[in-house]
Design a binder for this molecule. Structure first.
Ligand code: DHB
Ligand code: FE
Length: 281
């Protein structure tokens, strides 16, 4: 039987992809940011922690989708996902290998569980998905895990509610549990933390709020699922709403979690970087 063994949360700031690709991760500005991932890189390289597959919850930033099509929740069922061109050419990282059998199983289980997923059989992925892979695995020839992209609309109003995201995470856990093959599956929630990229409040960071949110991810509190959109907007800026994707990860870990690793750093580009490694407890 497949099981969700851990959850990882991470910001997905494109500048970190640039730093890694151009060999700048050791520079003064980037050093403390990458150092906060050292623990995780060592941990995930241990055979007992290395997932067979990752359900990677992320958002597309008008790369694969645009105003013509805006799926609220979409699941990537393809064999392979290419790397999209975000304006400077595709990142020089390997294509992402999918897990079609598990992805179709999760899609079926979610839809029959009343989560109306969009199924995607051809898609390129952007920094929302590739930057977390880089932070966890560095620059391998091929990514060492299979990835099921789970795309969430947090770009065009209205994004899904925190409660709906948490419930989707719970349903993903049920789906994984009912897959026949013995697989170690992780779920990652990406994006955040506080940031606003445009308008008069561009550059907004709220470290106090972010750290309370990090606290809420550990233990048995489900307070975070009830945070309304307006609070994310007011307290964490227009792009802070990406944090609802962490709630899908958190919901999938069950009633209680244990925190194995926590990292927070300001600034990284325009954003507060947050990273957690959690286990179901
Ligand atoms: C930045 C952060 C993001 O989450 C993103 O998607 C794009 C840019 C930034 O801080 O530059
Ligand atoms: Fe983003």
């Amino acid at each position: 039987m497949a099981r969700i063994t851990a959850g990882i949360a991470s910001s997905h700031i494109p500048l970190l992809g640039v730093a890694a690709d151009q060999g700048k991760a050791g520079e003064e500005y980037f050093k403390p940011i990458f150092a906060g991932y050292d623990w995780t890189r060592e941990w995930i390289a241990q055979p007992e922690n290395k997932p067979d597959a990752v359900v990677l919850v992320y958002n597309d930033h008008a790369s694969a989708f645009d105003m013509k099509v805006i799926p609220t929740f979409a699941i990537g069922c393809a064999e392979r996902f290419g790397i999209c061109d975000e304006g400077w050419g595709p990142r020089p990282v390997p294509d992402v290998e999918g897990h079609p059998d598990l992805a179709w199983h999760i899609a079926q289980s979610l839809i029959l569980d009343e989560f109306d997923m969009t199924m995607i059989n051809e898609m390129e992925v952007d920094h929302g998905l590739t930057v977390p892979l880089t932070m966890m695995f560095g620059a391998p020839e091929a990514w060492p895990v299979k990835v099921i992209p789970l795309a969430v609309n947090v770009v065009t109003y209205p994004p899904p509610s925190g409660n709906r995201c948490w419930a989707l995470g719970e349903a993903i856990a049920r789906a994984v549990d009912s897959f026949g093959e013995d697989l170690n599956v992780q779920i990652w929630g990406t994006g955040g933390m506080s940031h606003q990229l445009q308008g008069p409040r561009a550059g907004l960071i709220n470290a106090e709020w972010d750290n309370r949110f990090l606290d809420m991810m550990t233990g048995d509190s489900d307070e975070a699922r009830w945070i309304p959109h307006i609070e994310y907007l007011r307290e964490t800026g227009s792009e802070g709403i990406e944090m609802v994707m962490w709630l899908i990860m958190r919901g999938a870990l069950g009633k209680k979690t244990k925190c194995l690793h926590r990292h927070y750093h300001v600034p990284c580009s325009n954003t507060a970087i947050g990273h957690l490694v959690l286990e179901p407890d």
